[in-house]
Design a protein around this ligand. Sequence first.
Ligand SMILES: Cc1cc2nc3c(=O)[nH]c(=O)nc-3n(C[C@H](O)[C@H](O)[C@H](O)COP(=O)(O)OP(=O)(O)OC[C@H]3O[C@@H](n4cnc5c(N)ncnc54)[C@H](O)[C@@H]3O)c2cc1C
Length: 575
Amino acid sequence: MIHEYDVVIIGGGIAGLYTALTAAQRSCRVALVSKVHVTRSHSVAAQGGIAASLGNEEEDHWEWHMYDTVKGSDYLADQDATEILAKEAPEAVITLEHLGVSFSRNKQGKIEQRRFGGHTRNYGESPVKRACYVSDRTGRAIMDTLYDRCQAIGVDMFNEVFALQLLFSNNLCCGVAAYDIASGIPQVFHAKAVVLATGGCGKIFKTSSNGFSSTGDGLALALDSMIPLEDMEFVQFHPTGINGLGILISEAARAEGGILRNGLGEQFMGRYAPTLKDLAPRDIISRAILTEIKDGKGIDGKDFVHLDLQGIGKENLAQKLPEISSFIKTYLGIDPAEQLVPVAPTCHYIMGGIPTDNEGRVLADERGTTYPGLYAVGECACVSVHGANRLGCNSLIDLVVFGQRTGQNAAAYATGKNLAPLPQQAESVVVDKITSLLDSKGNEHAATLRAEMQRLMTEKCSVFRNGEELKKALDELKQLQKRYMCIGLSSKGRVFNCELEEALELANMLKTAEAIVYSALQRTESRGAHFRSDYPERNDEAWLKHTLIALTSKGMRATYKPVSTTKFTPQKRRY
Ligand SMILES: Cc1cc2nc3c(=O)[nH]c(=O)nc-3n(C[C@H](O)[C@H](O)[C@H](O)COP(=O)(O)OP(=O)(O)OC[C@H]3O[C@@H](n4cnc5c(N)ncnc54)[C@H](O)[C@@H]3O)c2cc1C
């Protein structure tokens, strides 16, 4: 089946929805394609808030926000993009409010704001209240509002449709080949502009805060089309996942007064970040927790620490952190108002992604060549505003600010253009891919390979890394890719074949994992979330640059491009 649109967006999280709404407001015919029902995209899980220097609670300025973002990124963020993010954030939040997002309010009736990791007043002096929120359900509230708005304006939603390949016509991106999960029938989206908004890839690791659909599909689609990926070595581990499960306990819990304690009951963060303590950036806290554990100061010598929320009080917990409190009760059977919560770092966010300019246009190389008709936005994209480490609440604002710019540009590009011809084999791409998997008689299973990949990525490529282990990880990934060629499915039907979908996702994860490990191996320094124990220092002379990894006929290849440094010269990070 072939569908024709001006703009097709792959992904229905906040990035996809905001882009869709913006393009539709400019009279474009817009389709939104999502492999899960749109309202189940991972964006709904966002808890803590969205950053903007509104200054509703205390003095704040976009320049401070920009500085914190650049410093938090360990100076790898592009400062021209970061300036846009910080400058446009307040208006973006007000626009969300006008669209109908029910933000929590302070006593003056203004949008309430709270502290969040790494966000400070006056260039690092002390924490500032910059995170706007809807109790601890911020993502849900924004998603519901944008979903309603997109429905009202006539964006066509294609739920449970899985994108398999980008389509090009003479180097112009002209659509995407997909299949309908419910029926197995190929769906070709023929469009003037295509936007990738496919989210992150946290499921590559064993313990993750991400939903099951965060499997890096868009990243793999890009690699398959010879599009490079930027800064893939930078994977964020959030310090406070529920131990063993990885389910997130938002930084909001520490913003409201929660404290991390080691096995001796000490508030150990003071030793690692004397000024910001428990509200230091995530890379620093995750390393601190694992260092305490390595030194035998985990709880009872085990591999977790405690999050102490008892000081927040029952009433405040119920009012400001209801969702988190209910997770803790449901999954651990304990009351956070009276008991300590066992936590450990959990894979949370990928800073790297598909390189774009500030208008969402996908970049093909280090010289800034663009792919006409192709855009990327949200967690799957790398603008780059987060550099080597993202600050909490800066993802949601990234989605909205750059969602708007991408929507505007995709719409302007599509307006007045004709559809470029579809490549001949558009539909057979899908049929071939699906049929070869269904017909395969191999004896390997996706679930087994996935578990092995998750284990090896967690052991060899997470918070602490070194060259030797990374090399082993790369070899093991190559083995897994080989074994993937012998995968066999026990379920042969085409209707809602989850095994088929999992096999397709696994191929994407293996490719994305290789990009992460390969990039991590090249970067012989430590910066932000990328810590090499064999190169523990940051090395600006050699490495103040972005990695671009491309998949060539000879395997992965790295090139580099400079970082845009407009306002703040790199300093040693102290918190
Ligand atoms: C638990 C949790 C809490 C968080 N809390 C916060 C917070 O408080 N503040 C903050 O700033 N950030 C937070 N983050 C980060 C932030 O929520 C995410 O980075 C952001 O929501 C990603 O949005 P997105 O639109 O890019 O992608 P997603 O919301 O992940 O959506 C991806 C979309 O792509 C679709 N898709 C993927 N592959 C395919 C395919 N092959 N075919 C078709 N469709 C496909 C999916 O169906 C989905 O619709 C949190 C993240 C998590 C996991």
